[in-house]
Design a protein around this ligand. Sequence first.
Ligand code: AQP
Length: 336
Amino acid sequence: MPEETVIRKKTALSGIQPSGNLTLGNYLGALSNFSEFTSEYNCYYCVVDLHSITVRQIPAELRRRTYEVLALYISCGLDPEKCTLFVQSHVHEHAELSWMLSCFTMFGELSRMTQFKDKSAKHADNINAGLFTYPVLMASDILLYQADVVPIGQDQKQHLELARDIAERFNGVFSPTFTVPEPYIPKIGANIMSLAEPTKKMSKSDANENAVIRILDTRDVIIKKFRRAVTDSDTCVRYADGKDGIKNLMTIYSCFTGKSYDEIEREFDGRGYGDFKSAVGEVCADGLQPVKERFDKLMADKPYLESVMRDGAEKASRAAGKTVSKVKRKLGFVTL
Ligand code: AQP
């Protein structure tokens, strides 16, 4: 093919923090969508351990969860031969670009980030600079690989918009350098809510275990947690305002069965909440079962996971190094 007709394969990138045991929110909002991109996109999926230390972590747990998130990537259908799976701290360019881009990010922009406000309120004793500059590191993760698309849940949309603004600002000052990324937010499942407080997002760091379904929870635990899920004083399974708990359960049921809200309303017409909650628990436990089986096998083979990390870091570093060199040149740094 003549050089001018070669079309660049588009790039997809996303990451998950090893900051707790992954939830159904992480699964439906992000992880379960990652493999859709592997046939048509050049895919990079990373375990973003640098992000996770914005909140205090127990080192041994952080190490274990880093392996676990990587194993979950593979268990959810990502083939390390077809995409680049890596750990963020293994590629030093993330931290390097983050510093350079922090000089192109305004204090006011970072102050407006809702995640910063939420996490500052939750961790009032540790409002560190990393928590504040987290979105710059996220922008660097994305822009380093010239990502065209970033599959994320709804809660990360504001950070993605900031990454776009930073890219456009840098491109405007220095000529096109970064691809301006687009978010991919699933139509359904982008905002899975807590089972205990359905107006609040389901979060892996939630202290209330009953609020959160973990991908690795056993079948019995999943079913029990759904039975305890907060609903309302009505008895009718309907997708309507004021019924946040039921809407959340309908969303989860829809994600696993592919049924529309109308179909779900008809299916549970005249059957109380008890029946519905049990059905949601069953489809969720069934859906997660194969992931868990693959996960257990992978976790028993650490050398394999380490070889995936090593190969991934090597491939990612090559791409990241090119972008960082380009940025340094444009900024006027001396290259030897
Ligand atoms: N409740 C959710 N519904 C849908 N998507 C969600 N995501 C997170 N929670 C939900 C998506 O999962 C991806 C990875 O998230 P993350 O690890 O970067 O951190 P987060 O968004 O801060 O997720 P958590 O679970 O709430 O972590 P903690 O408790 O550590 O802060 C992202 O694409 C996110 O949108």
